[in-house]
Design a protein around this ligand. Structure first.
Ligand SMILES: C[S@@+](CC[C@H](N)C(=O)[O-])C[C@H]1O[C@@H](n2cnc3c(N)ncnc32)[C@H](O)[C@@H]1O
Length: 217
């Protein structure tokens, strides 16, 4: 059950060039076993699910060089855009996986290894018959929580109100997680505004953040 839309469309010349020259440098290949990240062993690692065009990813990574960011995106044009930003800013703390974040979490990320997981403006799948495609659903939240270190944070943001409430319910029901706030989190000023967020705001949508941590036993 995929959480993303299949997309077609041609890549531009610059995007093709980025995939050819920058992916070998900043990419992590999809493999069947645990990944080996080229970061210092003590660097905390955050995984971003669906980095889109990578505006947030690049800005947050530039502002926090003490965190390693692995951005996972299926959409090739998005991967290429992020690679170009990473190269332009000379960011050593970002790596990009071109593939399905569910597969990455399942097969490549060791349990209790991540300092954080970010999920910003995930596809809302508004039709009820498509809700099963949403990333925030019990099985994937359980998988994500398992990959977080104790104290590691899951941070989601959405402008889709009904999905935000669903997230609150599903995340609150996950035994490994606890909410850092009494309900929705205040919008952190360190989360940059993306194209998707601006579009949501233009349509009069309210943006809601959720920040949960893995329980420390
Ligand atoms: C609505 S966009 C938001 C992009 C970005 N986070 C932002 O805030 O601008 C959602 C993105 O998630 C990606 N996506 C959805 N499911 C995914 C998955 N399982 N693995 C990787 N990417 C995924 C889609 O391709 C799309 O680019």
């Amino acid at each position: 059950m995929r959480t993303f839309h299949a997309r077609t469309g041609r890549l531009g010349v610059q995007a093709k060039e980025a995939m050819r020259t920058l992916l070998p440098r900043y990419g992590i290949p999809m493999i069947a076993g645990p990944w080996q990240l080229p970061f210092p062993p003590d660097l905390p690692v955050v995984l971003e699910v669906g980095s889109g065009m990578g505006e947030t990813t690049a800005q947050m990574a530039a502002a926090d060089p003490g965190t390693g960011v692995v951005a996972v995106e299926v959409h090739t044009a998005g991967v290429a855009a992020l690679l170009r930003r990473v190269a332009a800013l000379g960011l050593d703390n970002v790596r990009v996986v071109h593939g399905d974040a569910v597969t990455v979490l399942r097969h490549m990320v060791p349990p209790e290894s991540l300092a954080g997981v970010r999920l910003f403006f995930p596809d809302p799948w508004p039709k009820p018959r498509h809700h099963k495609r949403r990333f925030v659903r019990p099985d994937l939240v359980g998988l994500t929580a398992d990959r977080l270190q104790p104290g590691g944070r899951f941070h989601a943001a959405t402008d889709w109100s009904e999905y935000a409430h669903e997230m609150l319910t599903v995340l609150s029901a996950e035994p490994l997680l606890r909410n850092d706030y009494p309900g929705f989190a205040p919008r952190p000023d360190w989360r940059p505004l993306t194209r998707f967020e601006r579009r949501g705001l233009r349509h009069g949508h309210r943006v809601q953040d959720l920040i949960f941590s893995r329980r420390v036993e």
